[in-house]
Design a binder for this molecule. Structure first.
Ligand SMILES: Nc1ncnc2c1ncn2[C@@H]1O[C@H](COP(=O)(O)OP(=O)(O)OP(=O)(O)O)[C@@H](O)[C@H]1O
Length: 274
């Protein structure tokens, strides 16, 4: 069943075309990854879908409703879309548990005991129950991101959007987040994930849409998209990202993606153990 349908989405800023007719569907339980060069419009695309940015044309149908039309309750819409940011966006004066319960208490008006119970369940799902009473400063980057994901999940959204969830993390920490994405995909959580991280794209195992100059230029499984027959623009992006991955992780990342093994059940055998 289609959860989200994006049709010919266009956006201009000051006469400059940022999104140039983007169309795709996201099915219930599906993960799609959006990759592409810096400035290609990836974050703007996500922002249009929950009305943080206003498209100049096109249609977005989410859960059967046109979300760009008049009369849409933006607050209700954003509660159906969980957003996970690269910088975690946690309140540093609140514990992990309090960060997760905050929106439940204030937006959902949930009683404290019920909010705590729900938050602890989501923290446990992220294997973070032992850290529930720690403050963000006492957590690693990967742990902070897992709290942020627990917070998004606690609102019981229809879909999770990730905007560069690993880019603030070192390779070891980002591995934790990649494993979580893999787990959520197995649990059939619907997800849209913007990333530059080839390892994440591969490990998460979803279809990749390659956005370039505001258009979906190519789409496919990561191995076919970046494989030997890759489109030249995709190949250029791939080589640039791989060079950066090699700088961060010089040992295993040297294995080219098109020679790598397909992903196994516990993650990819290919691009670098992080
Ligand atoms: N509010 C805005 N006003 C004007 N221009 C904007 C605004 N937001 C984004 N842009 C421009 O739109 C283009 C796409 O930006 P966007 O952040 O969506 O790219 P991106 O693909 O997510 O890039 P990156 O990978 O670097 O995060 C950029 O040229 C950016 O400068």
């Amino acid at each position: 069943m289609t959860l989200l349908s994006v049709q010919d989405l266009k956006l201009e800023y000051d006469g400059r075309i940022i999104l140039d007719g983007v169309s795709f569907d996201l099915a219930q339980g599906e993960l799609k990854v959006i990759m592409g060069p810096s400035g290609s419009g990836k974050s703007t695309l996500l922002r249009c879908l929950n009305r943080l940015a206003t498209p100049t044309g096109g249609r977005v149908v989410f859960e059967g409703r046109d979300v760009l039309g008049p009369g849409v309750d933006e607050r209700a819409l954003r509660q159906r879309i969980g957003f996970v940011f690269q910088n975690f966006a946690l309140y540093r004066h609140l514990t992990a548990l309090q960060n997760v319960t905050l929106a439940l208490r204030h937006l959902r008006r949930m009683p404290a005991a019920e909010a705590d119970e729900r938050a602890l369940r989501q923290l446990a799902r992220m294997d973070m129950q032992a850290h529930a009473h720690k403050y963000p400063a006492q957590l690693s980057g990967g742990q902070k991101q897992r709290v942020a994901i627990a917070r998004a999940l606690a609102m019981d959204p229809a879909v999770l959007f990730f905007d560069e969830p690993t880019s603030a993390l070192d390779p070891l920490m980002s591995r934790e987040v990649v494993n979580i994405l893999h787990q959520l995909r197995d649990e059939r959580v619907s997800m849209l994930c913007v990333t530059h991280d080839l390892y994440l794209a591969r490990a998460a195992g979803g279809r990749v849409m390659f956005l370039d100059e505001g258009r979906i230029h190519a789409e496919g499984e990561v191995d076919e998209l970046f494989g030997p027959n890759a489109d030249p623009r995709v190949r250029a992006f791939f080589h640039q990202e791989l060079r950066q991955a090699q700088t961060a992780q010089p040992i295993d990342a040297a294995q080219p993606m098109d020679q790598a093994q397909p992903a196994g059940p516990s993650g990819p055998a290919g691009l670098a153990e992080r």
